[in-house]
Design a protein around this ligand. Structure first.
Ligand code: DER
Length: 233
């Protein structure tokens, strides 16, 4: 489909431009990253590259193992050369919404340990301001026992709507790889000071992480359905 070819174009260009031998690579989560792992695996075979891949979720871990890539962790590799990951939306300041796949916490940790953080996505994620295209809200990972007071605090301070993310193939709320719940915060569509809001959200007791990645992306590759790729930096 056009979207899949757009994702693949962005993923392949990012891997071909940035991945070099003897690097520690953070592997993101979601569907776009699958194309990057496939391209990575191809290059490792063809060029006999020595890479260590750090996962950001159970899904990423499985991808690394299934593609016979070397699995690493932050305990042995706390400093990463390059993290590659998808996003749910990118604005013109390269602020990201992530967490559509529920993996935001380990993704942000791994991205924060990387010298360079490259984002790959299709043009459906490319916005002027956050909220233009991604309507499900900003994912916020919370400690399960606190989701109601946290929901009340965010609502009374900022408004919008906070929705506890429910499982589809599982009864009850989604439980993240870290054993937590996710509140999706549909915020009022105004261009807000995301750096300030992210910091305030993180201060609420029980909030583990937010899907606001502010000032973290080095570069964003936006794939288009004709196979061309736009760099947003
Ligand atoms: O959950 C996440 O943060 C994923 O990286 C998501 O933002 C991108 O997933 P996609 O590549 O399937 O759109």
């Amino acid at each position: 489909t056009p979207v899949e070819s757009a994702k693949k174009a962005a993923a392949c260009l990012a891997v071909d431009d940035y991945v070099k031998d003897n690097k520690i690579i953070g592997i993101g989560s979601g569907s776009t990253i699958v194309y990057a792992v496939e391209r990575l695996s191809e290059r490792v075979q063809q060029e006999n590259l020595k890479l260590v891949c750090i996962p950001t979720s159970f899904q990423a871990r499985q991808l690394i193992l299934q593609h016979n890539l070397t699995l690493g962790d932050l305990e042995t590799n706390p400093s990463i050369d390059l993290a590659i990951d998808g996003a749910d939306e990118v604005d013109n300041d390269l602020t990201l919404i992530k967490g559509g796949g529920g993996c935001l916490t380990q993704e942000k940790i791994v991205a924060s340990c990387a010298k360079e953080f490259i984002v790959i996505c299709d043009q459906g994620k490319d916005s002027m301001i956050l909220g233009e295209k991604y309507k499900k809200g900003i994912p916020i990972e919370v400690i399960p026992m606190a989701y109601v007071p946290i929901r009340n605090k965010i609502f009374s301070r900022y408004g919008g709507e906070l929705i506890l993310r429910m499982g589809k193939a599982k009864a009850g709320p989604v439980v993240t790889d870290n054993g937590n719940f996710i509140l999706d915060w549909q915020f009022p569509q105004v261009s807000l000071d995301w750096d300030h809001i992210n910091k305030e959200l993180k201060m609420i007791p029980g909030v583990v992480e937010t899907g606001l990645f502010v000032g973290m992306a080095t570069k964003v590759f936006i794939g288009r359905s004709d196979g061309t790729v736009k760099e947003k930096l």
